[in-house]
Design a protein around this ligand. Structure first.
Ligand SMILES: Nc1ncnc2c1ncn2[C@@H]1O[C@H](COP(=O)(O)OP(=O)(O)OP(=O)(O)O)[C@@H](O)[C@H]1O
Length: 209
């Protein structure tokens, strides 16, 4: 289970942002909704261990993540949190497989090429495993970034505005991939968006006002 409690955050002297408590059961799929500037990215950063809030607690599988040392938190994030960014952010000088091997090593896990092949196969890009990122199409790159996010079977899979720059057909395809991959890997999915088109696929929503 993932739980946030009594969270408030204040950037410098700006107005404090208050987040209502949130409990997410394992394997649920949630939308995080909110207008521009309401705090979606801030909350995602707090949830993923990137930004320590001014107040409050975040528990992932009963670990209070902000009570971990910085090193332990890095490792915990590598093993328990997968993030799909708006842009892929893969290392250009490495092949897709090498990028994924790095994702395993940085999380303190053994390199497991069978697992890498399995994930690439499930996302239909196994044939690109030895290619560098600039040899992939945009759609294939997005699949590679989803592969990286689910590789270590994280407890929590987060996607920040994954569809906002896509046309209807591609937005639907990416949404389907995220839903499918979260089920396949038994991972809780949280998608932050203000994209009205994808609301129908979700029954669980957390709204920021
Ligand atoms: N590093 C920062 N320093 C100061 N203020 C910040 C910082 N990051 C965000 N803010 C402010 O915090 C508030 C919430 O920002 P946040 O980026 O979380 O919103 P958002 O809902 O993700 O917006 P969008 O949908 O436009 O990306 C905004 O008022 C923003 O100006």
């Amino acid at each position: 289970m993932i739980e946030i409690k009594d969270i408030k955050h204040q950037y410098n002297n700006n107005q404090e942002i208050v987040f209502k408590d949130w409990q997410i059961e394992n394997n649920q799929q949630w939308l995080l909704l909110g207008e521009s500037g309401s705090g979606k990215t801030t909350l995602l950063h707090i949830l993923t261990g990137i930004l320590k809030p001014t107040q409050g607690s975040v528990k992932i599988n009963s670990t209070e993540i902000y009570q971990l040392s910085p090193k332990a938190l890095d490792r915990f994030r590598g093993q328990h949190v997968g993030i799909v960014f708006q842009r892929p952010h893969l290392l250009k000088s490495l092949s897709i497989t090498e990028n994924l091997q790095l994702t395993q090593s940085l999380a303190g896990l053994e390199v497991n090429t069978n697992r890498i092949d399995e994930v690439l196969y499930s996302l239909n890009i196994l044939s690109k495993k030895n290619n560098k990122p600039d040899q992939l199409s945009q759609g294939q790159l997005q699949r590679a970034s989803i592969a990286r996010a689910v590789l270590n079977k994280p407890t929590l899979l987060i996607a920040d505005e994954p569809t906002s720059s896509l046309d209807d057909k591609n937005a639907q395809a990416v949404l389907n991939l995220l839903l499918e991959q979260s089920q396949l890997n038994h991972t809780t999915l949280v998608i932050a968006t203000h994209d009205q088109r994808i609301k129908e696929a979700f029954t669980n929503t957390y709204s920021l006002s």
